[in-house]
Structures are given as structure tokens and as C-alpha cells.
Design a protein around this ligand. Structure first.
Ligand code: FAD
Length: 108
């Protein structure tokens, strides 16, 4: 679609922000909900080539839904795979960088 870029930016914002506020250690029921969210997203994402690639990547690397840090890193790595495919710069997946970008902002 014409708005693949805006859709992507909004979806990544939703996903990384949701991970930044995900429980530090997630109960089993929450882990199931997150696994379902990611699996549904990979099936329903309204950019078909994006969705097909994402399904493949999720198959190769099952989501780490154990807690905030693992989920944030997992999403960062999947996002970097798309960045690489599109020739965009890779993001530093260290916890500090993810936290600064998606939750607390830089320390002052
Ligand atoms: P985006 O890539 O949207 O990133 C937004 C912001 O996130 C960046 O400004 C940066 O601050 C931050 N960021 C960047 N990388 C990371 C990271 N690794 N971890 C955490 N934060 C980060 N587009 C296609 O053309 N083809 C595809 O196959 C494709 N597949 C996609 C699959 C999924 C699941 C999603 C959600 C999007 C996909 N997109 C795809 C869209 C693409 O990833 C971008 O969203 C779009 O190109 C706009 O890019 P952007 O440069 O504005 O920044």
C-alpha cells in the first residue's frame, strides 16, 4: 500500500512501546497473550510481503515473551532484520538504548 512506511512506523511504535511497559517478569497468561498478539499480527498485518517475511522470521526465532528485557531485545532484532532488508541503519539493541528510545528518555 501507499502508506507502508507510516503503517510500519506506527506499528513499530506500538510494539516497542508495549514491550517497554511489558511486565519485567511476565506471568504465563500474559506470555500467552503476547505470543497470540505477535502471531496474529504476523497473519493480519496489511502489507502482505511484510507479513510473509515476518511470519518466516518469527518461525526461525520464536518470540521471547518471558519479560520486558527479553521481549524488547527480540523485537529490536526482528526490526533490525527489516532495517537490513531495506538498507536502513541497524539499531543498538542494548537495554540502555532501547529504554532511552522507547521508555524513559536519556538520563540528564
Ligand atoms: P522505522 O523502521 O519505522 O523505525 C521507527 C523508529 O524506531 C526509528 O526512527 C528508530 O528510532 C526506532 N528503531 C529503528 N530500528 C529499531 C530497532 N531495531 N529496535 C528498536 N527501535 C528501532 N517495509 C517494507 O518496505 N518491507 C517490509 O518487508 C517491511 N516489513 C515490515 C514488517 C513489520 C512487522 C513492520 C512492523 C514493518 C515492516 N515494514 C516493512 C516497514 C518498515 O520497517 C518501516 O517501518 C518503514 O520503512 C518506515 O521506516 P522509518 O525509517 O520511518 O523507521
Amino acid at each position: 500500500p501507499a502508506d507502508t512506511e507510516a503503517l510500519g512506523r506506527s506499528t513499530w511504535t506500538f510494539l516497542h512501546t508495549t514491550a517497554a511497559y511489558y511486565p519485567v517478569s511476565a506471568p504465563t497468561s500474559t506470555q500467552t497473550q503476547m505470543r497470540n498478539l505477535l502471531s496474529s499480527l504476523s497473519l493480519l498485518y496489511p502489507c502482505v510481503p511484510c507479513a510473509e517475511d515476518f511470519q518466516e522470521k518469527v518461525k526461525e526465532n520464536p518470540p521471547d515473551v518471558s519479560g520486558r528485557e527479553g521481549l524488547s531485545r527480540w523485537l529490536c532484532e526482528r526490526h533490525n532484520e527489516v532495517n537490513e532488508k531495506l538498507g536502513k541503519e541497524s539499531f543498538d539493541c542494548a537495554w540502555k538504548s532501547l529504554n532511552e528510545r522507547w521508555k524513559d528518555g536519556p538520563e540528564d
